[in-house]
Design a binder for this molecule. Structure first.
Ligand SMILES: [Fe+2]
Length: 501
């Protein structure tokens, strides 16, 4: 990878030099990223921040627009540049830039980089999606939950070393909490509440070289969970009462857009943003990326994990909102993919947390919204969907599960599979088993695997099967942890069960 150097690698006119004159130092401290690939393009992203930890969230940039040149090449040395252009980074977007590439070849690797103020960014690799009709195999890595204080981002580094075609990130990209002592590192600033706070927090995370390597390795499909705003928020409702939550929510969504490789269609408008979307990968896979926070009704049962309560079966309780649910069920009806993959945040399968006849559920997960879940499961069954796979994050542990048509009836058919990725670092080193693991697994026979270590899921997707490796990085309390596979499951085409390999 190329280092950031003050070189004149691009042609630059006099107007550009004038506008760039006041950038005080190398502005490429936050790396580069790409995302949402299509058969002819992707989004490429960077953000200028010569002083990334500045309290005002502006990263040390002057309050004026700055032109940023970009180029895309077919080779890592940029000897075959295929496209270049200039985009203006403005203070209104914290000097972030999103370039939507078009006109590229399908199923091809590309390399991209940026130049501003005479400085050159590192180079990133992206990959376009295949054309419709293609069943060419691909490898994806699935990640979630990177807490900067609780561990080194070694799992992001190991993920980058896998050279995946695609990274699916399921949220908790950062955490909102104020700096606390006792971790491996410390958050700057207070608990994030203002736009400046969120911008500063993203900048701090993005200075991490392991995270930068993961972004530079492949295009990402991102969705947020709760901590990109605040713990366990649901729609307009915060977990704990607070003034002006709407203002905080708008700030968090704006900073999220600014810092993620998302298309313009996701740019926040007013209090919301359009995050749920479909991303096809030829005829091999369609990714339905879900937003399970913006349209949620408040968690049932007081959002406290406790003995079963009837509210969680309220037909009007919804994780997706009615419009997104219709959009998802429509997508199932139009499915032509070998694999329909739901990229979403919280545990989809039923999980009774208490051994014995008593039942306890987590109301922040789909167990708190069972009618919504039942309608989605029915939508899969009553559609051309050939294979459905849920990808899940949130709970800082690896799980593999089989989704029954009716969880109340363990004899009902298995209609989908669920792969739950552990955290990148949240929770620290963790352990292979938790105190209640054996009880939870025996209480829930459709749940087939657990690991309480850090890591990610790597999945090889082919026309005939998905082969999922639960990758484990046992040590994140110090740098340099290695990775190994904790378990491998095969999911055959047209047979949604988990085969332990
Ligand atoms: Fe998390």
């Amino acid at each position: 990878m190329l280092a950031a150097l003050p070189v004149a690698g691009f042609s630059t006119g006099p107007r550009d030099r004038l506008r760039l004159a006041r950038v005080p130092a190398d502005p490429f401290t936050l790396g580069v990223a790409s995302g949402d690939p299509s058969p002819d393009g992707a989004v490429i992203w960077t953000r200028l921040a010569p002083n990334p930890l500045a309290d005002d969230g502006f990263g040390g940039m002057p309050a004026q627009p700055v032109d940023v040149d970009w180029e895309v090449a077919a080779d890592e040395r940029f000897s075959r540049v295929e496209q270049r252009g200039t985009i203006t980074a403005t203070p209104e977007s914290a000097h972030s830039v999103h370039v939507e590439l078009a006109g590229l070849r399908p199923a091809a690797d590309y390399f991209y980089r940026f130049r501003a103020a005479g400085y050159l960014s590192t180079a990133g690799r992206t990959r376009t999606a295949p054309d419709p009709g293609s069943l060419t195999p691909m490898t994806m890595c699935v990640a979630s939950c990177s807490n900067y204080e609780q561990g080194w981002f070694t799992a992001y580094r190991r993920l980058a070393e896998e050279h995946p075609d695609l990274v699916v990130h399921l949220g908790d990209y950062h955490y909102e909490y104020a700096g606390r002592d006792g971790g491996v590192r410390r958050h700057v600033g207070p608990e994030t509440a203002t736009l400046a706070n969120y911008r500063q927090r993203y900048a701090q995370y993005k200075t991490d070289s392991d995270l930068q390597a993961a972004h530079a390795a492949a295009p990402w499909l991102v969705v947020f969970d709760d901590h990109e705003l605040a713990n366990n928020w649901a729609g307009d409702v915060p977990d704990t009462p607070q003034p002006a939550f709407g203002v905080r929510r708008a700030a968090a969504l704006r900073a999220y857009y600014e810092n993620m490789p998302l298309r313009r269609s996701a740019m926040p408008t007013g209090a919301g943003m359009q995050l749920y979307r479909r991303v096809p990968w030829g005829d091999l896979a369609t990714f339905h990326m879900l937003d399970t926070r913006q349209y949620r009704t408040d968690q049932a049962c007081g959002d406290r994990t406790r003995t079963d309560c009837v509210e969680r079966r309220d037909p009007s309780a919804t994780m997706t909102g009615a419009e997104q649910e219709r959009w998802l069920l429509n997508g199932f009806q139009q499915s032509r993919a070998r694999w329909d993959v739901l990229g979403q945040q919280v545990f989809f399968s039923q999980m009774d947390l208490t051994p014995g006849p008593a039942r306890t559920y987590n109301p922040d997960a789909w167990d708190g919204y069972t009618a919504n879940r039942d309608r989605i499961v029915a939508g899969i069954v009553n559609s051309p969907v050939r294979n459905a796979v849920m990808l899940t994050g949130d709970i800082h542990s690896h799980w593999a599960a089989e989704v029954h048509q009716r969880f109340a009836d363990p004899a009902s058919p298995v209609v989908a599979t669920e792969l739950v990725t552990t955290s990148i670092s949240s929770g620290g080193d963790g352990s292979d088993v938790a105190a209640d693991t054996a009880a939870v697994l025996s209480e829930n026979p459709h749940i087939r695997y657990f690991s309480g270590r850090r890591g990610y899921v790597r999945a090889r997707v082919t026309a005939g099967e998905i082969r999922a490796d639960f990758r484990i990085v046992p040590v994140v309390s110090r740098p340099g942890g290695q990775v190994h596979t904790g378990a491998t499951f095969g999911i055959p085409d047209r047979a949604p069960v988990l085969h332990s390999l």
